[in-house]
Ligand binder design. Sequence first.
Ligand SMILES: Cc1cc2nc3c(=O)[nH]c(=O)nc-3n(C[C@H](O)[C@H](O)[C@H](O)COP(=O)(O)OP(=O)(O)OC[C@H]3O[C@@H](n4cnc5c(N)ncnc54)[C@H](O)[C@@H]3O)c2cc1C
Length: 512
Amino acid sequence: MKRIDTDILISGAGPSGLMLGCQLSLHGVEFMIIEKRTHRKEYSGALVIHPASLEIFARLNILDKVLQAATLVDSINFNWQNKKFLHFSTHKSVNDITTYPLIILLEQYLLEEILIDYLSNKDISTKNDFELIDAYESDNFITAHVVKHKYNSITITCRYLIGADGKDSIVRHLFKIPTKNRYDKQSVFIMDFMGGIDSNPHEMNFIFNDSGSFGIFPLKNGSVRLDGHVKDLKLKSNETKSENIIQHLPSGLSIERVKWFSVFTCSYVLANNFRSGNCFLIGDAAHSHNPVGGQGMNSGFQDAANLGWKLAFVLKGIAHDSILNTYTTERKPVVKTIMDKSTFFFNLVTQKTKLHSFFWLRTIPLLVPVFSKIVDNTKVRNYMLNSVSQLWIRYNGPLIVPNRNANGLSPGKLYKTADLPVDFRQSVNFKLIIFGDLLIHPYYWTNGSISVDVIEIGNTRTASDIFKRLRIKSSCFILLRPDNHIAIFGEENDLHKIKPYFKQLKREQNTI
Ligand SMILES: Cc1cc2nc3c(=O)[nH]c(=O)nc-3n(C[C@H](O)[C@H](O)[C@H](O)COP(=O)(O)OP(=O)(O)OC[C@H]3O[C@@H](n4cnc5c(N)ncnc54)[C@H](O)[C@@H]3O)c2cc1C
């Protein structure tokens, strides 16, 4: 019999790989994470974090730590030349969208440190300076060849291999997973500097002017992130220096010291399938695109939350391996929507054609007063804020039972952690939440191997607040998956759907 070194080998300890490690450790599954770098980067790619990720941090019980380290954004401004034309207060009506802050800013390397701490508290460490160079599958097992500390070759055998190895993923190449690619023609610069800005330190500003478009993000400890694109400058990754762009920057910035400067040419890479045999891709290895809207790392966290519990259930023998196919069917359409939207906006602000110049210089100024009026409407503002929050995500497929009467509890959507009684926020089990007077006999939810937490909300004040907000009738139930997405919504006559749902987890799923 083949010797297995670990059930799961995660290649890459960026945010996605670390988050998958955290998810697996919640479920008590054995895994190993390798990372080719010797040291962690001390500068940041990502920094914008959305509420759907905060929901995941709450499940890991690290939310307070993250919020303490981060800048909480209280407003977002869009400026045309020197004039503010759109202003969003992230407090106003935000409770309809999320109970947590809407947008926070935290440098990627600081967030990675929090995830590493979480793992090391469970005696799990990443193996640095371990580079995956080859891997293949035979007899349902994966053999991975890894170079350790530059000189030693070692072999690691595992059941599942996870490519969390970024946009140039070697795992994706080794398993010949085809991709859809588009190369954005424009480049953007990123600059982290010590200094100041002449606005509120909790305000994010986007500035569009004759020189180009810029985003200004205040960070903690006197640090500021500036990114953007300069119309009259061809940005080149190995030639352009921070000095070349300083003269083009908007006024109101005092730059004392540039900590990090880089130029990125963004490309759109979307894997056709996020699974090949026993190998899975997560994060940028599966999908990478430009940084507009700050969605990439947040999407990697959602990949990890989606795949983590499914892997755990399969390894524990309580679900059939084929539920792992639902990882692609659930995640790929969501990720594609995010990528297409951000590519549209990226092209809108960076393209240099005459039509675009006409749009920005002649049309936008005329539309500005109309825009501000429309956005002042609460519904429009909430729609726009919700669309960046990733809380709109809704899965479809065999692990979701559709129900048109569900209103705010639509099957497939994420149920907010803050609505759960505290004891259940970190639960990794399925959860049956009963609202109102419904009495559910244990017969409906007891089954051989899958643990279910039963939470009776009853007719309490909390319940009536939830009913009002989610537009639901008072007596109903929802079954939440371990990742807190709603699997079933129902009333009394839907109770019979629960038992077959658990049974089908054990059966082969025909999803792709
Ligand atoms: C300038 C910029 C700003 C951004 N801003 C945001 C933002 O505000 N919000 C947001 O959500 N996203 C943002 N993103 C996107 C975000 O940075 C990425 O989506 C995120 O880093 C992806 O994480 P990952 O773990 O999937 O991949 P990566 O961060 O690329 O990590 C992959 C890891 O795998 C390791 N690795 C690679 N090959 C091997 C190998 N063969 N063996 C072992 N290890 C290997 C690498 O060393 C690396 O540590 C931004 C991106 C850029 C470039």
